[in-house]
Design a binder for this molecule. Structure first.
Ligand SMILES: C[S@@+](CC[C@H](N)C(=O)[O-])C[C@H]1O[C@@H](n2cnc3c(N)ncnc32)[C@H](O)[C@@H]1O
Length: 255
């Protein structure tokens, strides 16, 4: 199985949907301004095949990363890409878990310098996302950062409808120019998996509960502040796509 080929196809397919995808990823690692040789502990939520994780290692080669997803096949791709790139076996731990599972989160209290996520948290319902934000806050060290690059809806539904139309126009131009779409990618990938005899560990995805538009921008900002985050800000936005950042206070609050 040529996993590197499929990883490249995944990247190209995602870029056809997401304006400035790589730029958003780079911002997640450049905005906090950690020293390049820092031994950061990073958590990547909904990592898929590790696109953000591998970007993290390019910025911080000494980072240790927990990359979590509920899709075993995408995790298998990530593990294979890691081996092919000969990245230290120690540096990335691809973990199969559901972000809605509180037990999985329980061991992570005050341990991460940076929590990141791309194009994943819009799969969650509003209550689940609010819970994930609370868990991210708990999992961070004081002073740690959280960055989420995702679909973020306009607060006004009429404007969101306009955002959606304009984004679809841009995406359609990419597909007309020959880019592969989500369904096309999965059809081809599943054929390749079957031909390579890779067991189809992947049942039909049952955990999609979200919204293609994402939740309104104000919901994200308010919910992050309610969790206790400081410096909550939108650092980049293009129509209904945004990079939101937030920081856990350096000070331990006394109650
Ligand atoms: C569009 S992919 C993005 C993957 C990767 N972050 C990227 O930017 O290429 C969304 C990912 O979120 C994962 N995901 C969605 N809901 C999840 C959940 N409840 N628990 C764990 N992973 C989830 C999916 O399995 C999928 O791999």
């Amino acid at each position: 199985m040529d996993w590197l080929h499929w990883f490249d196809r995944w990247e190209a397919m995602q870029c056809a949907y997401l304006p400035q995808r790589q730029h958003r990823f780079d911002l997640m690692f450049r905005l906090p301004d950690f020293p390049r040789d820092a031994e950061l502990h990073i958590l990547d939520l909904g990592c898929g095949p590790g696109s953000v994780t591998f970007c993290a290692l390019r910025h911080y080669p000494n980072a240790r990363i927990v990359a979590v997803d509920a899709d075993p096949v995408l995790l298998a791709m990530g593990r294979s890409v890691k081996s092919a790139n000969q990245q230290s076996v120690q540096s990335v731990d691809f973990v199969l878990a559901d972000l809605r599972d509180g037990e999985w989160w329980a061991e992570y209290v005050g341990v991460f310098d940076l929590v990141v996520s791309a194009t994943a948290l819009h799969w969650l319902t509003e209550p689940h996302l609010a819970e994930v934000y609370r868990r991210v806050y708990r999992a961070l060290k004081p002073g740690g950062w959280f960055f989420n690059a995702d679909h973020v809806a306009a607060d006004d539904p009429a404007m969101q409808a306009r955002y959606r139309d304009l984004l679809h126009e841009w995406q359609q131009a990419n597909f007309d120019a020959g880019a592969e779409d989500w369904d096309g990618f999965w059809r081809g990938f599943e054929v390749a998996l079957a031909q390579a005899g890779v067991p189809p560990q992947r049942e039909a995805i049952t955990y999609w509960e979200g919204s293609d538009d994402g939740l309104p921008r104000q919901f994200h900002l308010d919910t992050l502040r309610a969790c206790g985050f400081e410096d909550v800000a939108v650092h980049w936005q293009d129509l209904g796509e945004a990079l939101i950042g937030a920081r856990k206070s350096q000070r331990i609050k006394r109650t």
